[in-house]
Design a protein around this ligand. Sequence first.
Ligand code: AMP
Length: 468
Amino acid sequence: MTSPEKPTPEKSAAFSQLALPAAALDNLSQMGYEAMTPIQQQSIPLVLEGRDIIAQAQTGSGKTAAFGIGMLEALNPRWFAIQGLVLCPTRELATQVAGELRKLARYLDNIKIVTLCGGQPIGPQIGSLEHGAHIVVGTPGRLKDHLRKETLKLDNVKVAVLDEADRMLDMGFEEDLRVLLGATPTARQTLLFSATYPDEIEAISAAYQCDPVRVSVELHHNTAQIDQRVWHTERLSKSEAVASVIQEFTPEACIIFCNTRQACQEMQQSLRDLGLKSLALHGDLEQRERDQVLVRFSNGSSRYLIATDVAARGLDIDSVDLVINADLPQDAAVYIHRIGRTGRAGRSGIAISLCSDRDQHRLSRIEALQSHPLSRMAPLPAPTPERLTPAAEMVTISIAGGRKEKLRAGDLLGALTRSGGIDAAMIGKIDIGDHACYVAVHKKVAADALDHLREGKIKGRTFRARRL
Ligand code: AMP
């Protein structure tokens, strides 16, 4: 539901040098892809040759196309059998990957890509599978359920992808991965993407890949645009320090990372006590709450999102201008991943890490990985309520109908502007889900918009609406 950033492509890497049909190349240029990103440059030729790869790449690097372009070329579109399998740790990532694959597949007629994730009813998924599909993208638990029910057959898979493999292992999916890969033919091509390489990843690679080629992009590549600083503070509490940083930098959109779910909840409460309203994303949320948090953050209804790494993994949220590490992570690669949420697409970003004496060894690991020290920040003044950034200007209205009810962004825009008489400039991002839509509107017109949506008709029908 979010619109991901475009990574900066390298000039010297024309797609036309790849052995791809003209229609595929045309489609890429229609998508606005002018040149390959570094991970694509390294991976696509290998994938097209049929090699197994083990690639170090983050979301935002163009990794979906890095495996997707080759996967589509390996399919037989006329054969309605599952030939491509993509395993992802979260539903958000699976949805993003499926969306990107559908765009990449536009040059082929009639390629069907099905998303199968937990947290959603299984019945409609079974229905989709009965109609036949070429590619399935999903989370391991749900895919395994389908396998057990025999509603999914993987014995024609030619290409299997493990996306964010380290995160799938962190989430305890190892056994599921083994079952799923075990149900595919041994002659398949296996593409493994991971941000880090713990021993378990090596073990999975050794068990399921054949002579894999390692591909990696400089970790530093994405961090050049990011102003990274460390604030040693023992004087203020963590939440006061976070509020001071916010007061200093007045971000439009800021992600605050904590190491545990409990720390997230405490941070949210303490910031509220200081007068800052924020959203929190952690493992305790139900899928629908999670979707709503993401929508509200990405459409500008909240400036501050507090998150754990697991919850934030794979999210592709536009234009975050400030990342705060309230806690430093154990693993230096996680730090790089966190700060990569800002400074995207040539824009500059700021990453501030709070650090106490106890965190010193974590800081040293991060500095060693980046091979340069982070700059130390002069102490900031304590937060004062008057100087804290005002609350977001937008609010989100949720409407109880979505794509499956045939609602489109234009219908909502029409209902609000034409019949509701609301100025289009007051309406922000519109997200359409399967059974819900979310419209961001300026808070000045929120009450009007809500009245109108409740009383008026959208496409001649009445839908329930409420302010989130
Ligand atoms: P990913 O890392 O796969 O999540 O991709 C991040 C974003 O970059 C997505 O919005 C892609 O559509 C976009 N993207 C991928 N490859 C390219 C490319 N070569 N040129 C421009 N944009 C790209």
